[in-house]
Structure formats: C-alpha cells, structure tokens
Design a protein around this ligand. Structure first.
Ligand code: HPA
Length: 233
C-alpha cells in the first residue's frame, strides 16, 4: 500500500532499511554498494531503493533532515511496509572533547529538545535508546573491521542554528555529538515494537570550529556504509 510519502507496495522494502538524510546519498549507495537494485520511491525526490548486499535484501531510503522528516518516513516504513529495522547513517557534529573529525559514533541513546515525545502522554521523561541487538552487532562488526567507534549519547536537536548555543551544556553531560534525527527514529521504533540504530560520521566539531571538506565527508561516509552493510549481513 502506498502512503502520502512512499509510493511502494508492501514487499517493496526489505526488512532492513538504511536511511541517509540525503536522498542522493541513497542513490549513491544503491548504485555503488547494492546488487539487483530497483527504485521504489520518487515522491518529492526522496529516493528509495531496494536491492541486495552479499545476498541479503536491503533497502536504502532518504529521510530528509530533522525529526519531523525522519519521523514521517520511519513511521511509514515501520507501520505500513513491515520494515523491522532501520539504521540511520548520517553526519553529526562532535561535542565531547575526545571526538575528532571523521570519527564514527554509535548512538546508544538520544537526548533531545524535540517535542516529538509529547504525543505519547508519558507521566515522566522518556529516554530514547538504540536497539541493543543492532548496537551490539554494529560494535562487534566495527571491532572485526578494525574500525574504532565511540558508543554513547548523542543530542538530537531540532535546531541547526541555535540562538541559545547549548552545546557546552550537553558536553558537561558526556554527550558525544549533535545530530537531528536519532531521537524520533528511536521513539518510532519503540512505539512500533521494531529496531533502530543511528550511526554517525563526525563532519564537524562546532565547539572547536573544525570542519571536514566535501571529499573527507565522502570518505567518512564510505567507511560508515561499510560498517552499516556488514552489520546487517
Ligand atoms: N548540528 C546539527 N546537526 C549536525 C551538525 C551540527 O553541527 N553536524 C552534522 N549534523
């Protein structure tokens, strides 16, 4: 069944979906890493593809930027397309002092300033967390590939341009990096009884005014792709 944002039919998506923010990244992954690929979504140019990696069916679907956008796409994938697991593969800004440009971060938990959680009417604060199964598998896969990773909290912000400049406060709590999607993805997974993980490559360290070049971001992205794909086979 197609939805307002995804035109595919049930069965068009594999049980595991990788989600980059940028739909052209989804196209790049499909064209360079997958076999037997077909395009399953073109609505709003938010491209989605399904194929195989080393024989395992896998889909890649762009999420767009921010929690409302990934909230929509991940909700539809989990609830209308029988998707079991979503692994976000994105970029993040380093916050903790030990985080360097191009490092990989596995988001064990996702702090947020988003109001996404309000819909659940919980009588307290909710702690969005990754699927332990996916997190452990990704950490073990990274070890096996000889790729160092940081595992811990990220801050899923609704603001890229933040007048309050809150990063130093999150740093005091040991938060590793800032991105804009993990918390709502984790909440959708929890509510649907499904699994999610967010893997990020560090594209900038805003507290130190350090930034990667486009070429470095591409290299970092390829490393993260390899980790995500080897995690799911
Ligand atoms: N802020 C929010 N999201 C990000 C950043 C950032 O500095 N870098 C990469 N994604």
């Amino acid at each position: 069944m197609s939805t307002p944002h995804l035109q595919g039919e049930k069965g068009d998506y594999a049980p595991v979906v990788l989600m980059p923010g940028d739909p052209l990244r989804a196209k790049y992954i499909a064209e360079n890493f997958l076999e037997n690929v077909r395009c399953v979504n073109e609505i709003r140019n938010m491209f989605g593809y399904t194929g195989t990696y080393k024989g395992t069916p896998v889909s890649v679907q762009g999420s767009g930027m921010g929690q409302p956008s990934i909230g929509i796409y991940s909700y539809e994938l989990f609830n209308f397309f029988d998707v079991q697991s979503i692994i976000r593969i994105g970029t993040a800004g380093g916050i903790d002092e030990k985080i360097q440009l191009r490092d990989l971060v596995l988001a064990e938990g996702a702090c947020t300033n988003s109001s996404y959680v309000k819909q659940y009417n919980l009588p307290g604060r909710y702690a969005p967390i990754a699927s332990f199964r996916l997190l452990r598998k990704a950490a073990e896969t990274a070890d096996a590939l000889g790729m160092p990773v940081h595992v811990g909290n990220v801050f899923s912000s609704d603001l890229f341009y933040d007048d309050a400049d809150s990063l130093a406060d999150w740093q005091k709590m040991g938060v590793l990096a800032i991105e804009m999607e993990a918390a709502s993805l984790y909440m959708n997974a929890a509510r649907a009884g499904k699994e999610a993980l967010c893997i990020c490559t560090v594209s900038d360290c805003p507290l130190r005014n350090e930034y990667t070049t486009a070429e470095e971001r591409q290299t970092g992205f390829t490393k993260m792709m390899e980790l995500a794909l080897e995690t799911i086979v």
